[in-house]
Design a protein around this ligand. Structure first.
Ligand SMILES: [Zn+2]
Length: 184
């Protein structure tokens, strides 16, 4: 996967925590997930916006959205503003700033940097499961819950539950079979 931050919203530390959290979430699965520095075939792009565009029909509290999960180009979008509001970080501009406006880089304390990176990493992990295992439903527990509470976004040791893990195993087996068969 390739993470894009075109508005340069994240500090290097927050970006570090984000990647680390995604790698941790998928570490126990058989999905060989890694971050790459350029796009290409099979690379899923994830792009961070200040806010998701108003014209998209998503809930205002939605932090992430995955598109193309049932066909078409696959892509993930994340909202920094929604993540900050979910965490109670008193820094996001209220009332939906235009998606194209570049907000000033905000200064976060060390622990806030980590919380924000972990939360964005968890939402990205959730959307990645929608993308690579589209049959996986929302689950009662774990990172595939329909709505991730503040605790779920930041508490230590939150991962995928047994059902999501089973779907990831199936998806990994499917990918391996496609690679072995040279198919699409
Ligand atoms: Zn979901």
């Amino acid at each position: 996967m390739r993470f894009y931050d075109p508005y340069r919203l994240l500090s290097p530390e927050t970006h570090h925590w984000l990647e680390k959290e995604v790698v941790r979430a998928f570490g126990a699965s058989e999905i060989g997930l890694r971050f790459v520095s350029r796009g290409g075939p099979g690379v899923i792009p994830a792009t961070l916006y200040p806010e998701l565009p108003d014209r998209w029909d998503v809930a205002p509290e939605a932090i992430g959205v995955a598109i193309g999960v049932h066909g078409g180009p696959r892509s993930i979008f994340l909202s920094l503003g929604a993540a900050e509001r979910a965490l109670g970080l008193p820094l996001a501009p209220r009332g939906g700033a235009p998606a194209k406006a570049k907000p000033p880089r905000r200064r976060l304390h060390g622990s806030q940097t980590r919380r924000l990176g972990v939360a964005l990493g968890r939402v990205l992990s959730h959307e990645l499961v929608h993308t690579i295992a589209p049959d996986c439903p929302h689950t009662t527990h774990g990172l595939m819950a329909e709505r991730l509470s503040r605790r779920m976004l930041t508490a230590p040791g939150i991962g995928f539950d047994a059902l999501a893990t089973r779907h990831l195993r199936l998806a990994a087996a499917g990918m391996a079979a496609r690679e072995a068969g040279g198919g699409p």
